[in-house]
Design a protein around this ligand. Structure first.
Ligand SMILES: C[S@@+](CC[C@H](N)C(=O)[O-])C[C@H]1O[C@@H](n2cnc3c(N)ncnc32)[C@H](O)[C@@H]1O
Length: 220
């Protein structure tokens, strides 16, 4: 199965269950805190999933949450969760045909590692954001212990597949170099702050905390 097709069908069913298991934990609460920090009225989420818990927490604060996702079943759930029939649509954000500079905040959380060429996605997110608005996303640091572990697992699975041994289908995730991302943000004249997952959540597990959150501001 092709990677995009996998996320559209198999993964979306898994995620609908998994998001409930993860719950609204400190990491997700920190993301919501950052998204609502500038008191936005209208935001857009790239890879919105089911719209719960992040979109739902924002909606509770009276914020309009638009968004997109490549998985049809997730979009249907998000539309219902966020009571937003028109602003949530199926597709990759590169297909966005609406006006530019309309959102106070455009964010992509817990999804960048499924998106090939995430830099292109960030550029699109910037184009949709109002001058002075914010672009927020998290990435998996490719130098973290978790990512090193995942890369080995991926190589091992490829080898088993080559030998004809049955294994669950698994796709390599897209990890990001923090140095390259920081350079990219500078080149695109975005000021930013960033925090590691452990710093935000006080989780001490160094093997399973690869995420880094970027909080960027578009020039006026
Ligand atoms: C782990 S879920 C996170 C969902 C949501 N952002 C959240 O935090 O609850 C990742 C989501 O990204 C979506 N996704 C993967 N690739 C995508 C792409 N190229 N464009 C939009 N969504 C994508 C998947 O379908 C999935 O719903």
């Amino acid at each position: 199965m092709e990677e995009t097709q996998y996320y559209k069908t198999v993964y979306s069913k898994y995620w609908a269950e998994q998001t409930k298991k993860y719950g609204y934990a400190p990491y997700e609460q920190n993301l919501v805190r950052l998204i609502k920090k500038s008191s936005p009225q209208k935001v857009f989420e790239v890879g919105i999933g089911t719209g719960w818990p992040i979109g739902a927490a924002l909606k509770k604060k009276g914020i309009t949450v638009d968004g997109c996702d490549i998985a049809e079943s997730s979009v249907a759930l998000a539309k219902e969760e966020l009571n937003n029939e028109d602003g949530i649509w199926i597709g990759d954000v590169s297909e966005y045909k609406g006006d530019t500079e309309v959102y106070d905040v455009v964010y992509c959380v817990r999804a960048s590692w499924y998106i090939p060429n995430f830099y292109r996605t960030v550029k699109k997110m910037v184009s949709m954001t109002k001058p002075g608005g914010h672009i927020i996303f998290d990435v998996m640091d490719r130098n973290s212990l978790f990512c090193v572990k995942q890369r080995w697992k991926y190589v091992k699975e490829k080898y088993y597949k080559f030998l004809g041994i049955d294994i669950d289908e698994n796709y390599g995730q897209h990890f990001i170099s923090l140095t390259r991302m920081k350079l990219f943000l500078k080149r695109n004249r975005l000021s930013y702050q960033c925090w590691g997952e452990r710093e935000l959540t006080h989780n001490k597990d160094i093997y399973n905390t690869p995420k880094v959150v970027f909080y960027c501001r578009k020039e006026r």
